[in-house]
Design a protein around this ligand. Sequence first.
Ligand SMILES: [Zn+2]
Length: 153
Amino acid sequence: MTVDVEDDALFAGLDLIGRTGARQVEIGYLNEGVPVHLADWYCSAHYRGARIIVEHHRGPVEAVEAMVRRLLTGGRCTHCGGLTALSDDGATAYPGAHMADGTTWTLDEITAAGQCRYTRVSRKWVRGCEGRTPRERPGARGRRPKAKPKRRR
Ligand SMILES: [Zn+2]
């Protein structure tokens, strides 16, 4: 069984996992001699001192996309500091939740940080703030000023 890395979703996923600092990414399956969708696919990413794995997927693409979700959920965009979101439902943070970096946030902080919606454009995951002027990242204890209310016409 071979994995077609020319698949756009797979390529984009591996690219993103690489950008999160993974030293090694592994895509594999557990069951030999069965149809692809029954092979029980997994994806694991190795970081300095840590290994993240997502399991039980129907194919290599599904496994990689699950990893992308796992890595982005509860994380913050390294570029704009916003919470990463993968859908219009918004970021998955809630008050008191432990963020990917181990901190907890209040509702005010979550609202103030805004979100950065990642979308896959063919072979690349693109951050929502792509092309925007980078905002200053707050310090560990820094608070962002609240946004001014919009003026009504
Ligand atoms: Zn961003």
